[in-house]
Design a protein. Structure first.
Length: 337
């Protein structure tokens, strides 16, 4: 099996590539090595994969449609895992054009490459942020997601409807996965758990939004990898029960298309998460409580019943275990005693 993974030097994609290489797959990894955060960390992630002879790295931007199509033609992937994107909620307020290029133009190019060289199954990364102003919890794939609160969330919502249209028009078999606050080893330095750890260890004050009155469905990266790996073998089909007069947003009666939440389904108060980080690090945090930031939501909570019913698995790693594993990795990677 040949798997093409975009964003392979990124957090989740790198873990997925490592798992699939260990399982014996041929992996073609594409990344543009964006300097949005420390490129040194991205190179270190790639070095983890380069010991496998079955790994082929390609460095270019998905906005280069000709280069992307050539990669598909050369490698003929059986499976496509699309995780490349410009991440971050707050950065989308500063640089919206980056999100348009990476998350919209890049994704359109990927769909075109898949149309011309159809794989057996495409799985792309969406986000819990698509639920936006919909405050019904737990968030269900069967709920509508028509009120995103940031351009990042809007770009992920756009990916979902773009994917459905290509699935309908060209028969592409496509699954979307909505990730809920993924954390763990080799994480992104711009994410809260990483920034909190850095601030605590270096004795710097850290901003905690909404006076700390928030909760997140923190999902350990190894659980995400397990779920996505299992989904590869469960390509969606037309939903014969789908009603066009009351359409279910999670599936389709006109396309082999499906959307799933991937989350721990156990929301953790933000202050509890910070307390666990302090315990694992053996140091106290200096906290600067601030107001809620534009585009943020107060709580996230994934309904994962559909995922469990299909693949017989749902993320369940306790946050205490995930934090301990992350802290161990962080100290090792940065050489901290």
């Amino acid at each position: 099996m040949t798997v093409l993974i975009t964003g392979v030097a990124g957090f989740i994609a790198n873990h997925l590539a490592y798992r699939l290489l260990e399982d014996g797959a041929e992996v073609v990894g594409i990344d543009n090595m964006s300097p949005y955060y420390d490129v040194t960390l991205k190179h270190a992630r790639l070095q983890r994969l380069e010991r496998f002879e079955r790994f082929t790295p390609l460095v270019f931007d998905l906005c280069d449609g000709d280069r992307l199509e050539a990669a598909f033609a050369d490698t003929a992937p059986d499976i496509v895992l699309h995780l490349a994107a410009q991440p971050g909620v707050r950065y989308s307020l500063e640089a919206p054009e980056v999100y348009v290029q990476s998350n919209l133009v890049g994704f359109a190019n990927l769909l075109e490459a898949c149309r011309k060289h159809p794989p057996r199954h495409v799985i792309y990364a969406s986000s819990s942020s698509v639920y936006g102003a919909n405050r019904a919890l737990p968030s269900s794939e069967h709920a509508h997601t028509d009120h995103p609160l940031t351009l990042y969330a809007a770009s992920k919502k756009a990916n979902e409807v773009m994917a459905h249209s290509y699935s309908h028009l060209f028969g592409l078999v496509i699954t979307g996965v909505r990730f809920f606050t993924v954390y763990g080893e080799w994480g992104r330095p711009d994410m809260a758990f990483f920034k909190f750890t850095d601030a605590i260890l270096n004795g710097r004050p850290m901003d905690v939004y909404n006076q700390g009155k928030m909760s997140r469905d923190f999902t350990y990266v190894a659980d995400v990898v397990e779920a996505v790996t299992r989904l590869i073998g469960h390509p969606p089909q037309l939903d014969e029960t789908w009603d066009p007069h009351a359409p279910d947003p999670a599936s389709s009666g006109v396309a082999p298309y499906r959307v799933f939440n991937i989350g721990n389904s156990k929301p953790v108060p933000l202050m509890t998460y910070i307390d666990l980080l302090q315990d694992a690090l053996g140091k106290k945090a200096q906290i600067n409580f601030t107001e809620m930031q534009p585009g943020e939501v107060q709580d996230t909570w994934a309904d994962t019943h559909d995922l469990t019913a299909l693949i017989g698995y749902a993320p369940a790693t306790p946050v205490e275990t995930g934090i301990a594993n992350f802290v161990t990795w962080y100290k090792t990677y940065y050489g901290i005693d």
